[in-house]
Design a protein around this ligand. Structure first.
Ligand SMILES: NC(=O)c1ccc[n+]([C@@H]2O[C@H](COP(=O)([O-])OP(=O)(O)OC[C@H]3O[C@@H](n4cnc5c(N)ncnc54)[C@H](O)[C@@H]3O)[C@@H](O)[C@H]2O)c1
Length: 333
């Protein structure tokens, strides 16, 4: 494919909202993969090889080997806030800027996480199935009793943008908010959100809802393991809309089967898109296919921000949301 002179050449690894793709096409030579499944690795490398920019999704593994195969690449613009699919250390070493899409998805993700929390506690999915199955023959006093949300204790693990957005929602439900984070929030945020920092054992012991909002890092992999699940109240619920491997899924299956906790709401899974078969047969877990940020508005904003990030780097400007800004000030390779 011949590139127009002076225009950077980029690959978009998967279909994105039309407006965002058009924005990219106005200023760059664009190759876009619109297939139903992610590009197989050899094809991803082949189509990326002579290009300077990549706009990719969390289903694309961007590792050192791929970066080594694409020496012209200057920017990897991930369309997500999480970037555990990108080897940032390798990219930084090779002078490749990595960008992500924080902030624009915070409230949409928290809205969905809250929906998952409510659906899990109040058994919304079971109730829907009950009606569809024709079982609603008479009103029953003891039917589908769930857990209250208002006035309970919410434990937030990872008190960053999305974790704090969850705390803001909890205020409206009159909840007590505990949080655990590698870093303490400033006093003003703690006051505004009525949130108290505690250690993980205290959070697990005292919370009625534990919601996970850490990035996936070596130190957060299986942060919620069998020991953590056993430390939670039998009446409590676990909600995970961060990354699947933060929770030991096999241990969670056992916890749900044996009643260590009351239920769980999961938007993410350890081996996506594979779901642990033990989860599929359980009624005390609500499952979603990684859609927490999936509103029309937010998916457009994420894609547009990724395009802006990519073009900024290729046009010599500072991208709005870099992950490794140190590359921008380093001498070019
Ligand atoms: N399900 C979805 O569709 C979806 C959507 C958006 C984000 N996410 C996930 O949510 C994560 C959080 O997003 P964010 O914008 O709030 O990020 P953020 O960086 O603002 O917040 C993450 C917080 O986790 C804390 N943290 C890091 N390591 C920790 C540890 N070991 N223990 C406790 N806390 C730790 C950080 O200090 C930070 O406060 C993303 O990394 C992403 O993986 C998922």
């Amino acid at each position: 494919m011949a590139d127009a002179p002076g225009r950077p050449s980029i690959l978009i690894s998967r279909a994105l909202p039309r407006e965002a793709v058009e924005l990219a096409r106005r200023r760059a030579q664009v190759d876009i993969h619109t297939g139903d499944t992610p590009l197989a690795r050899p094809e991803l490398i082949a189509r990326l090889r002579a290009r300077q920019g990549l706009i990719c999704l969390i289903t694309d593994a961007i590792d050192d080997e791929l970066l080594a195969s694409c020496p012209d690449l200057r920017v990897v613009a991930n369309v997500a806030v999480g970037f555990n699919n990108v080897d940032v250390t390798a990219a930084t070493r090779r002078g490749v800027v990595v960008t992500h899409t924080p902030d624009v998805l915070t409230d949409t993700t928290a809205d969905f996480t809250w929906a998952l929390l409510m659906a899990t506690a109040r058994r919304v999915v079971e109730a829907d199935r009950y009606v569809r199955d024709g079982k609603f023959q008479q009103w029953e006093y003891m039917l589908l009793l769930g857990g209250d949300v208002h006035g309970k204790t919410l434990g937030i693990v990872g008190f960053g943008r999305i974790g704090r957005a969850m705390a803001r929602r909890a205020l409206g439900f009159g909840m007590r908010v505990l949080y655990q984070d590698a870093m303490a929030a400033d006093a003003a945020s703690e006051r505004e959100l009525s949130a108290t920092r505690v250690d993980l054992p205290t959070l697990l012991r005292e919370s009625d809802f534990v919601t996970i909002h850490t990035p996936l890092l070596p130190e957060t992999r299986h942060l919620i393991d069998a020991g953590a699940l056993r430390a939670m109240k039998k009446t409590s619920y676990l909600i995970n809309a961060s990354r699947g491997p933060v929770v030991d899924e096999a241990a969670l299956v056992q916890a749900l089967q044996e009643g260590w906790i009351a239920g769980a709401g999961l938007d993410v899974f350890e081996e996506e898109p594979v779901v642990h078969p033990g989860l599929l047969g359980l009624t005390n877990v609500v499952l979603a296919p990684h859609i927490a940020s999936a509103s029309h508005d937010t998916r457009l904003k994420m894609a547009t921000l990724a395009v802006d990030n990519c073009l900024a780097v290729l046009e010599g400007r500072t991208p709005p949301t870099p992950v490794n800004p140190e590359v921008l000030s380093a001498p070019r390779r």
